[in-house]
Design a protein around this ligand. Structure first.
Ligand SMILES: Nc1ncnc2c1ncn2[C@@H]1O[C@H](COP(=O)(O)OP(=O)(O)OP(=O)(O)O)[C@@H](O)[C@H]1O
Length: 331
């Protein structure tokens, strides 16, 4: 690798796009002069209306599509210098139509990648079972099944397991939870978020669903038609300070979504003294979101909720506390 070039790419970035553009031969500008950096271990969501160039951007990172302008760096290396096949081995790729081989058992589908790497069948099988367990599919129950015997959500999990099989540092995901119903989708989002933190992957995820982007992303890139980047910020910044009207319209600024990104703070709580324990339902953790806090109050049909840090109660959250936390978050 050329040292000067890697120096230019910025040491904290795992992925960096500089002035990247894609104009298709028919003249369609899918992506326009895009600058974007993704830090190591970060999860970035690309979001925007249909046709705004999200998938094109993703596919330029693993060179399924060649950019017509600009440069893309992956871990300090200019990807246009890389052999595309080698490059893709270091990048997991999950798509909505996961394309499992229908006539192969689930374990075989996941084993394909380790086998490609020359692992023995027994090691590859062991690894496949490990990965299935990681994504919440009990190997004893699922490994020997065929794709058509699984639900849509379970097939998506297999897709994630397969993308993780080569243990790539980077995962690209294109509408990975798009094909499943809203409840399963929600659960997969939460589980994947946890998994990502645990496995320390750098993830770029494409979605047209702003709620998904806000729930999942450390940072969110909002695109407009014509592949223009409108704003690149944390979910909280995006909601509190949308860059312009277009972003505000798209994210529904200041609205209920703020509940998802606002974490409880100790100063929002009331002391526990004087509260009848009968008034409290299940307690929640101090790092819960306001959304979780309100959901617990509604579920338990109580006007307040106890909050704990570890095993220790630290106070009580009331609607006034929710209001305070929201105001602080939107400031
Ligand atoms: N091979 C191609 N030739 C010409 N135009 C193309 C080609 N592929 C995509 N486009 C156009 O480029 C633009 C961006 O497409 P892209 O698939 O990146 O959008 P997207 O934001 O991922 O959309 P969606 O959410 O609908 O998947 C669109 O206008 C699309 O019609």
């Amino acid at each position: 690798m050329d040292a000067t070039r890697s120096g230019e790419s910025g040491s904290g970035s795992m992925i960096r796009l500089e002035g990247v553009g894609k104009t298709y031969p028919d003249g369609t500008v899918a992506v326009h002069e895009l600058d974007l950096d993704v830090a190591r271990g970060e999860m970035v969501c690309l979001v925007g209306p249909s046709g705004c160039g999200k998938s094109t951007t993703l596919k330029m990172i693993n060179r399924l599509i060649e950019p017509t302008a600009g440069r893309i760096w992956l871990d300090g290396q200019d990807v246009t210098d890389a052999d595309p096949v080698e490059l893709r081995r270091g990048i997991g790729y999950v798509i909505q139509q996961i394309g499992l081989f229908p006539h192969q058992r689930i374990e075989q589908n996941v084993m394909t990648v380790p086998l490609l790497y020359g692992e023995s069948r027994s090691t590859a099988r062991e690894r496949a079972h490990e990965l299935l367990a990681t994504v919440g599919l009990e190997p004893e129950q699922y490994a020997r099944k065929y794709p058509h015997e699984l639900s849509g959500g379970q097939r998506q999990r297999v897709g994630v397991a397969r993308a993780l099989a080569a243990n790539p540092p980077v995962l690209l995901m294109d509408e990975p939870f798009g094909a499943v119903d809203p409840i399963v989708r929600h659960r997969l989002q939460d589980e994947f978020r946890r998994l990502q933190a645990e496995l320390d992957k750098t993830v770029v995820l494409v979605t047209h669903d702003i709620d998904e982007a806000i729930r999942m992303g450390d940072r969110v890139a909002v695109f407009a038609t014509g592949g223009r980047l409108l704003q690149y910020a944390t979910p909280a910044e995006l909601l509190a300070h949308p860059a312009d009207e277009q972003v505000a319209d798209f994210v529904g600024a200041g609205g209920l979504r703020t509940l998802t990104v606002t974490r409880l703070r100790e100063e929002d709580l009331e002391p526990l003294d004087g509260v009848a324990t009968g008034d409290l339902g299940a307690a929640i953790d101090l790092d819960s979101s306001l959304e979780e806090a309100l959901a617990t109050m509604l579920r338990d049909d109580r006007p307040m909720v106890g909050v704990r840090r570890g095993a220790q109660f630290v106070g009580v959250l009331t609607p006034a506390g929710v209001h305070r936390a929201l105001r602080a978050s939107l400031r």
